[in-house]
Design a protein around this ligand. Sequence first.
Ligand code: GMT
Length: 377
Amino acid sequence: MKIGITCYPTYGGSGAVATELGIALAERGHEVHFVSYAQPFRLLGFQERVFFHEVEMEDYPLFDHPPYSLALAVTLHDAALKHGLDLVHMHYAIPHAASAYLARQMLAPERSLHIVTTLHGTDITLVGLHPSFHGITRFSILESDGLTAVSSYLKDETVRDFSVPASRIDVIPNFIDVERWRPDREPCHRSKLAPGGEKIVMHVSNFRSVKRVEDVVEIFARVDASVPARLVMVGDGPDRPRAARRAHELGLGDRVLFLGKHQSVEELVPCADVFLLPSETESFGLAALEATACGTPVVASTAGGLTEVIVDGETGFLHPVGAIDEMAASASRILADEELGASLAAAGVVRARERYAAERIVPLYEALYERVVADTG
Ligand code: GMT
């Protein structure tokens, strides 16, 4: 098939999933055309059958807010026409699903264009709920020929808050390349991250407020009081300065490392003894899945889809949002009890490989594409 994929190209779970999916589809023989305002951050180097189309925007003094959705619709339309795309797969509904709808309408006299939209999280649980976006989000997802949600939690939210019939939504979870996300990676950077042999606590995110990065620092401060440890913060975003300030106030000094954005996070995560994800809301929690696949037990909140990814007491520990003391106690327990840490790690790796390997999940998307094309002609 010839497939167009649109996602946010910046550091974030939906862009990561969309890019990994595109690469996996190309490896399986499909032709994949990424359409976005920049090259997706995980799309590195040359990949056979993978193309990138940049959405170019004309700047004009009248535009305080340049209409990206329109420019995206035009680029999708042009790519579909020029390359004969069978289908476009939109990741994150806002504004992508609406742009795809426009592109399809523009193509209508000449040819059809099938649309699949994957709901990733805050497009449904936060941004999409705002009155300025709710109507167009509902309209455009209902206009999509295929609709997926990354967890049962997100499907239920969509049914409840957008009155979308449950039968319209397939749950297809996030997935991982198990060769990339694995426990036995060499070289391991452990000795550089914790030169004194301390335990390593890690957090990876885009440091938006939903990630509660200040909680990460608070949890670490409590852990550090009982077990010599280092906190490694990977990623960047609006709340990084707040987290750094809190670490300073708590006197954590060089025991907290802010590494910023990193191209190959899979080299860092296996070095960690505990991974923290205390999010306010999390439709799935790709970072938590990647950690378990690397053999790192996760301490997380019970927000949304995290309860589907982490089995409490088996692959990590879950506590209510904001339960800093409980999360710190669980993290300290894992660090102090090597047997417990090893058994959580082993169970996490098995679960990640059995349920979330790309080989298992990518065919679910292919089957959906085939069904959509067959059903909508
Ligand atoms: O929905 C978002 O906030 C954006 C998105 C992103 O680009 O980071 O994250 C969501 O999509 C990921 C991939 O499907 C999920 O693993 C994340 O849980 C989800 N984030 C939230 O729900 C906050």
